[in-house]
Design a protein around this ligand. Structure first.
Ligand SMILES: CSC[C@@H](O)[C@@H](O)C(=O)COP(=O)(O)O
Ligand SMILES: [Zn+2]
Length: 214
């Protein structure tokens, strides 16, 4: 089933984005952040269309045929089954036209920490690597990652994320408990930098929990 609302997009842009998503898939799988077909990745093509991974693909072995164009309502513009979590990508693209790429991954650090962290947000202050996030200029600031309960109803989860962002600001990333992380950036390079920073910052936090264990 393809979309009734079929906005146009540039085919060369799509091809370039598809190849880049495959390249990042190999990197993210190689980092052990996208095991067992988990994760989904996307790039904005224009106001109305993004390129996004198909559902259920091995992320270390993506080919451009595994990438679909979808409209910002999450409907595919060609044959194929888009990611089951498409709605979490399009929620971000709809709310902020500066967002050019979204990465969702399932690394052990993110999944473990999100599972054991009791609060519904994780804030970090005093770490130089906070400056890896666009717009953060000092370790003296605070970066906060909300943690949402996992939910198989993606429309409902996307609604909760949107509501939270309207009340508390967009931030740089959010966690889904026992599941993974979503982060975004103006392009894939910036988005990947954010993801690397999250991995390291959350890794510090996980180590601190071990050290401080009574
Ligand atoms: C293989 S378990 C992970 C999935 O349930 C999901 O969370 C995920 O990240 C990938 O879903 P997908 O539909 O392939 O984009
Ligand atoms: Zn997932």
């Amino acid at each position: 089933m393809t979309a009734s609302n079929k906005p146009a997009f540039n085919k060369a842009d799509f091809q370039k984005a598809a190849e880049e998503l495959c390249r990042y898939g190999r990197i993210l799988y190689g980092n052990n952040w996208s095991p067992a077909t988990s994760s989904n990745y996307s790039v904005r093509l224009n106001d109305d269309v993004c390129a996004l991974t198909s559902s259920g693909k091995h992320k270390g072995e993506l080919t451009p045929e595994d990438i679909l164009a979808v409209n910002m309502q999450g409907e595919p513009l060609s044959e194929g089954r888009p990611s089951a979590e498409t709605g979490l990508h399009t929620q971000l693209y709809r709310r902020d036209h500066h967002i050019g790429a979204v990465l969702h991954t399932h690394s052990p650090t993110v999944v473990l920490l999100s599972q054991i962290w009791k609060d519904d947000a994780l804030s970090m202050t005093g770490w130089e690597l906070q400056k890896a996030f666009a717009g953060e200029t000092t370790h003296e600031g605070t970066v906060t990652f909300p943690i949402f309960p996992n939910d198989q109803d993606i429309d409902r989860l996307a609604g909760q994320v949107e509501q939270h962002m309207q009340q508390h600001g967009q931030g740089h990333a959010y966690l889904i408990r026992g599941h993974g992380v979503y982060t975004w950036g103006k392009d894939l390079a910036e988005c990947y930098r954010h993801l690397e920073a999250i991995e390291h910052l959350l890794g510090y936090q996980l180590e601190l929990l071990k050290i401080r264990q009574p």
